[in-house]
Design a protein around this ligand. Structure first.
Ligand code: ZN
Length: 162
């Protein structure tokens, strides 16, 4: 790792990456806390009850389990062999609800970030994901926000590939 971090930051970063509690949300919380970010947790007043709320950065973060939130093309999202229809409908409802919540949050002016459980699985992917998250949080809000909203609207992709 490059030496741009202070000794203390590096230590906290390593704790976040190698910490005992590997619950995905805890990994993200430990990392951001170690870097001095301040956040609220599970704010029920916001659509979808985001896991982390960073008011100063006008950003909410969801740390999603790949199965329950139906992570597309992810090996951890595999439907059980029995009751396939039940599970499929259940997960599809979750996906639709997530989309609705994220849209509502963006309308309220929040920048929405999603981190998937699988992106935190190995030490390497964990480091990459967390660093990317930090960079995004530190990037200028308005520019990022506008591109994010556009990219988040599937309509804007129409015509690109034909
Ligand atoms: Zn996944």
């Amino acid at each position: 790792m490059a030496d741009i971090m202070t000794k203390e930051q590096r230590h906290k970063c390593m704790v976040a990456v190698k910490g005992k509690d590997t619950k995905p949300e805890m990994i993200v919380r430990r990392y951001l806390h170690g870097l001095g970010f301040r956040y609220g947790l599970h704010n029920k007043k916001l659509p979808g009850t985001p896991d982390l709320v960073l008011r100063r950065h006008k950003t909410v973060i969801f740390v999603n389990g790949c199965f329950w939130h139906g992570h597309e093309n992810c090996k951890y999202y595999r439907l059980p062999k029995s009751n396939i229809r039940f599970w499929k409908e259940k997960i599809e409802r979750n996906i639709a609800r997530d989309e609705r919540d994220m849209k509502a949050l963006r309308k309220l002016g929040w920048r929405v970030m999603v981190i998937w459980e699988c992106e935190l699985k190995t030490e390497e992917s964990r480091m990459r994901t967390l660093h990317e998250l930090k960079d995004k949080l530190n990037s200028p809000y308005p520019v990022y926000y506008n591109t994010f909203v556009e990219a988040a609207e599937p309509e804007s992709y129409y015509g690109l590939n034909d």
